[in-house]
Design a protein around this ligand. Sequence first.
Ligand SMILES: *Cc1c(COP(=O)(O)O)cnc(C)c1O
Length: 377
Amino acid sequence: MTTARIHDFFATRRPASPCLVVDLDVVHDNYKAFEKALPDSRIYYAVKANPAPEILRLLATLGSSFDTASVAEIEMALEAGATPDRISFGNTIKKERDIARAHELGISLFAVDCVEEVEKVARAAPGARVFCRVLTDGEGAEWPLSRKFGCVPAMAVDVLAQAARLGLDAYGVSFHVGSQMTNLDAWDKALADARMVFEAMLEKGIQLKMVNMGGGFPTRYLKDVPSAQAYGRAIFDALRKHFGNRIPETIIEPGRGMVGNAGVIKSEVVLVSKKSDNDNVRWVYLDIGKFGGLAETMDEAIRYNIVTDRDGDASEPCVLAGPTCDSADVMYEKNPYPLPLTLTVGDEVLIEGTGAYTTTYSAVAFNGFEPLKSYVI
Ligand SMILES: *Cc1c(COP(=O)(O)O)cnc(C)c1O
């Protein structure tokens, strides 16, 4: 949403287009909403969603922990004031020397999803706590993360048993139901798998302590999404159902849900044209596209809310494209986007819900376009 503070920033500062503006008050409110919805879970903000130092500092002050994917992200979280015990190295694909560096920096919580990775952690971070990621089917997620990360629950048991054998602390299980998950049942299914791993480990004499329930909490784009409260209730019910009154330590790792709705991109119409005289679909080209920060429009997965000063005028669907010389730089074509017919060159266009997964995805200088500029207010 474009908050009053963001409107005011655009009106008074008139920043050059394109740029992203993030309202820290919204991040603050999102953090508080997660805390309230899942009071017994520790929040590990997924740094990759938006690593702006102001955001990390605010969250560190609020008491957040941090889920990181690289040494650089670990350093950013430390820089923001998080202590090493509040940082996890959550990427399942790590160079051994990066694990060693993280260990040196005091990080003691690592994700794994196979025996090969466990062996690296055992060598480079002896004695560390590890949790094993299990696969989920990603069904119902608008940006699924399935297949690449995790292993089947039966294999997770072997992975964690091997971790214990190598002197690591077999600490728990993690999953990620898929990003922008709007199906409240997804956590129930994943928690059933987590429970199975807990039981199988107990049979081997190892008591796991933690379930990392990952991210996936949605932000509002065009359609309404369930509230943090609704997610909290569904997750709590699922924890009760599968773990009874022996609910383990739990973690959540919101990324999109923490910052998505806090940001708005200001963009500008560069060209409106047609491909033939009798073409009835206009092409609208903006000064931002897939390479400028809107990578999540890949396969038209994420559909942003677009606001113009001409909203209310008659509108018709158009193909929406970016400014670069790559034909992949088209955001919406299979499912054209309705925009006012009066929209014209030079018009300002606001793309809402762009606080997550935009600045970090923008190319450094493709076609000479600068990386997406961002202001945190
Ligand atoms: C990306 C990621 C997250 C954040 O996911 P969202 O869907 O943005 O909440 C959390 N945990 C891990 C391990 C991730 O890779």
